[in-house]
Design a protein around this ligand. Structure first.
Ligand code: NAD
Length: 416
């Protein structure tokens, strides 16, 4: 994927450039912050159950670690590539700084379609990948987490592979199952956080969540929890989708029914009950108040953004809007709550899990959720105030706050 002749890294650096202008950042610092610190591209051979062999390519990119250990998810997707991972790693740097947690930014991935692999094959691939990157990760060096097509089980295998080399190390990855050091609240944290941020935006903008019509693209970890949380707080979730298509109901879908269908291994479109079947393009262009892309990169772009009818787009996915799409949305008066703010609940939750692992202490879920909302509300308020003060977009404000903090730490540590 590379729309508008921009790779993901070039696109994120374009957003970086807009904020760097506001900050009047010097050229040396721009050069440091628009390149990555370390990139690993590693061969991942996978022995198949039938005796065959697939050789996949795996990546880990560490973008900037001035504020703490590198942090970011691992995705398994056929389109994963080094440049996309670079772009997503740099987004993590701005995100961790914006929400003020002591991490830098990283990302990883394996270019493979995991739906073609059995559980045993997935396990072998995950362990092999961890062994390939083990020399550059560590509990105070780089801490992976789940992302697209990876989950708590994937993290348990990664933790075990690393612990076999270094001794018991639950803090090496976050998003683990509860039984091996996971934190109550982490699984739902990204989706719940998306709605925490929406709630903060609604309160500041003078509207209520009650009866708000929400459409969500993607019904995996992030999309499904966002749907559950939105419905719980009074929104009408009018449309949801996954990679096979979606469903729509004007009076609001029965979200729990969709969750049950999908978590049982089904597709969104297989849910029972009254609804219309829709395509993903129809979901993005459908009537609603709030559109939440929670699937892939580059879903809103210069060719389809004009069709968006929502008043607000809340970016639950990473890099769901290209610079061209962002401009169209802005010109049409649609507010975009950017990914680095909207989905930061995931990495904040990971920070809580990591801190609990280091301390060998477990919080109650209520404390986890309360501290999560608190951090997101503070970050939203700072971003909205910055945008008002500088007459800029929420994305430009969020990047500017994050970049300023990372530049300060990079300068103090002598990176430039
Ligand atoms: P996931 O693998 O659990 O779910 C992905 C969902 O997107 C699935 O429902 C899938 O069917 C759907 N999808 C895939 N291709 C699609 C297409 N072409 N059209 C429509 N839907 C499609 O992944 P996830 O962890 O929920 O991640 C989703 C997004 O959120 C990614 O951009 C990821 O980087 C971001 N994110 C995830 C986390 C996290 O904690 N998991 C944290 C922050 C951001």
């Amino acid at each position: 994927m590379a729309r508008e002749n921009l790779s993901a890294f070039e696109a994120v650096n374009r957003y970086f450039g807009e904020a760097a202008e506001i900050l009047d950042l010097d050229d040396d610092m721009r050069a440091i912050l628009t390149t990555t610190y370390r990139e690993i591209s590693v061969q991942v051979p996978v022995r198949l159950d039938d005796g065959g062999l697939v050789v996949a390519q795996g990546y880990r990119v560490q973008h900037n670690g001035a504020r703490g250990p590198y942090k970011g998810g691992i995705r398994y997707h056929p389109s994963a590539n080094l440049d996309e991972v670079r772009g997503l790693a740099s987004l993590m740097t701005w995100k961790t700084a914006l929400v003020d947690i002591p991490f830098g930014g990283a990302k990883g991935g394996i270019a493979i379609d995991p739906s073609t692999l059995s559980q045993h094959e997935l396990e072998r691939m995950t362990r092999r990948f961890m062994n390939g990157i083990a020399h550059v990760v560590g509990i105070y060096r780089d801490i992976p987490a789940p992302d697209m097509n990876t989950n708590a089980q994937t993290m348990a295998w990664m933790m075990d592979a690393f612990s076999a080399r270094e001794g018991y190390s639950p803090a090496i990855v976050t998003g683990k199952p509860l039984a091996v050091g996971g934190a109550p609240g982490r699984e739902s944290a990204t989706g719940r956080g998306v709605i925490d941020v929406l709630e903060a935006h609604a309160a500041r903008s003078g509207f209520s969540l009650d009866g708000l019509r929400v459409a969500i693209q993607g019904f995996g970890n992030v999309g499904s929890w966002a749907a559950v949380e939105a419905a719980r707080r009074g929104c009408h979730v009018v449309a949801v989708s996954d990679q096979w298509g979606g469903v729509r109901r004007e009076s609001g879908l029965d979200v729990q029914r969709v969750v049950d269908a999908v978590r049982g291994g089904g597709k969104v479109s297989e849910v029972e009950g009254a609804h219309d079947d829709i395509t993903n393009e129809e979901l993005l262009a459908g009537e609603c108040d709030v559109l939440i892309p929670a699937a892939l990169d580059e879903q809103l772009h210069s060719e389809n953004a004009d069709a968006v009818q929502a008043r607000v787009v809340v970016e639950a996915a990473n890099y769901p809007t290209t610079p061209g799409g962002d401009k169209v949305l802005g010109d049409n008066g649609i507010v975009v709550v950017p990914d680095v703010l909207a989905n930061a609940g995931g990495v904040i939750g990971s920070y809580f899990e990591w801190a609990q692992n280091i301390q060998q202490f477990q919080w109650k879920e209520a404390r986890f959720n309360e501290e999560l909302a608190d951090k997101l509300h503070v970050a939203y308020a700072a971003t909205a105030s910055y945008a008002e003060a500088h007459g800029c977009t929420l994305r430009q404000a969020a990047f500017a706050i994050g970049i300023d903090r990372v530049a300060t730490a990079s300068r103090l540590r002598g990176y430039v």
